[in-house]
Design a protein around this ligand. Structure first.
Ligand SMILES: Nc1ncnc2c1ncn2[C@@H]1O[C@H](COP(=O)(O)OP(=O)(O)OP(=O)(O)O)[C@@H](O)[C@H]1O
Ligand SMILES: [Mg+2]
Length: 403
């Protein structure tokens, strides 16, 4: 007890915590946890052979990580009760693994403060799904999807390309049930880029937003892979669709209720038409080119969003950046008085190879540099905690994989 009290005292600061550790007793679970951790870019050194007692032994030296997988297989119930209660008390979100398939056992585990219990065997997909809930829960434990909007400082800077790749990574790597919505109802290119039939879903959603529920979305959206759902429309130019502020807001709320993550590809005229929308977003990503025009318009968007969308976090990313851009990164940042979150190099060859395969770059070439750094941004947008160098050194856990 004295040991854990010290741990609490010394390691109260959340920054000292590692994002994740696992103590699993059998090879099969270990392999599943390893694949799951790799997908999130967490060091596999944080996976140890062991179970609850080994997790508790470490409390004297390090703070418990934010998220933990702990094997309780074969341990006496009292020991499980005490140990899991202690981990929860110290602020860890714990997923317990065991082999007892019994509702009263499950309830007892949940009463300790552990967040979930899974019966073995487990696989990486299931672990991913469980952790999405842990990661997305707010301070109050409330779960709600997150919504990110991507918008271009100028036309043709790569918003659609980045929106598609963001959504792909969210679904494929970070296990989010993801919606990708093309808000450009007339000229959007998401359906075209993904080689999909455009649907009338968005149009119907705007005609009658109250209809938008799970069943509507299932019918209106095109499913790509296990958890990516796409709403891509291509309405006739002469067909007037009434997109009032109110309807757009209702749609965003419906998306938040039905998906872990919603990625909106926003046409630039939305800035003029739907100001209230931006106050609903968790994150806004402004995509720009490194030119004088890009600098002027990024600045204008940045100031506008900063004054209007107090809750949204704003990220500015440069895309399609040439080896010698018109405006260098340092000059651009000085002109904007803000840092660029990412700087994606131009790689027309990789882009056209991916589109030839009818896939986003993240699917066609997952190891590409652009995908790797977009993955880092995606983890931030999704709320996946990052590893700290300090914590890794403390545990002697080797080098972290970074996004
Ligand atoms: N990093 C990159 N390197 C090379 N080509 C890129 C890169 N990013 C995007 N492109 C290409 O730029 C073109 C325009 O991209 P995209 O359609 O995503 O831009 P957009 O901002 O959505 O355009 P619009 O304003 O018309 O909606 C596409 O052909 C795409 O393949
Ligand atoms: Mg576009």
């Amino acid at each position: 007890m004295a040991q854990t009290a010290t741990a609490k005292m010394v390691f109260d600061d959340d920054d000292d915590r590692e994002p994740f550790a696992a103590y699993v007793a059998d090879s099969e679970s270990q392999a599943a946890v390893k694949l799951f951790a790799e997908r999130r870019g967490w060091s596999v050194g944080s996976i140890r052979r062991g179970s609850l007692p080994s997790a508790l032994r470490l409390l004297g030296v390090a703070p418990p990580p934010r998220l933990m997988i702990v094997d309780v297989d074969g341990l006496p119930l009292e020991e499980v009760d005490q140990g899991l209660t202690e981990l929860a008390r110290l602020g860890s979100s714990v997923l317990a693994l065991g082999s007892i398939n019994d509702v009263s056992y499950f309830r007892r585990i949940i009463r300790t403060g552990a967040r979930d219990y899974l019966v073995k065997p487990v696989d990486a997909d299931t672990l991913g799904e469980v952790f999405v809930r842990f990661e997305q829960a707010g301070e109050d434990g409330q779960i709600g999807g997150r919504v990110v909007g991507l918008i271009g400082a100028r036309g043709g800077v790569g918003v659609t390309t980045l929106a598609i790749n963001t959504a792909w990574i969210m679904a494929d790597k970070l296990s989010r049930r993801t919606a990708l919505v093309d808000m450009d109802i007339y000229a959007g290119t998401i359906a075209l880029s993904l080689d999909m039939e455009p649907t009338r879903g968005l149009r119907e959603a705007f005609d009658d937003p109250e209809r938008v529920d799970e069943v509507f979305l299932q019918n209106a959206m095109t499913k790509l892979g296990k958890s990516l759902h796409v709403l891509g429309t291509e309405e006739a130019m002469n067909d007037a669709v009434r997109m009032t502020d109110e309807k757009v807001l209702m749609l965003v709320d419906a998306m938040r209720t039905n998906f872990d993550m919603t990625v909106l590809d926003l046409p630039r005229h939305f800035v003029m038409r739907e100001p209230a929308l931006f106050s609903k977003l968790d994150d806004i990503v402004i995509v720009t080119e490194l030119t004088l025009q890009g600098l002027r318009d990024s600045n204008r968007l940045l100031r506008l969003f900063a004054s209007r969308s107090h809750d949204a976090k704003i990220h500015i990313v440069a895309n399609n950046v040439a080896a010698k851009p018109d405006v260098a990164v340092a000059e651009f940042e000085a002109g904007m008085e803000a840092k660029l979150r990412c700087c994606f190099a131009a790689d027309p060859k990789a882009m056209s190879q991916a589109s030839f395969r009818g896939q986003p770059l993240a699917g066609a070439d997952p190891k590409h540099k652009l995908v790797h750094s977009l993955y880092g941004l995606c983890k931030e947008l999704a709320g996946v905690p990052e590893e700290t160098k300090k914590g890794l050194a403390l545990f002697g856990w080797g080098k972290a994989k970074r996004g």
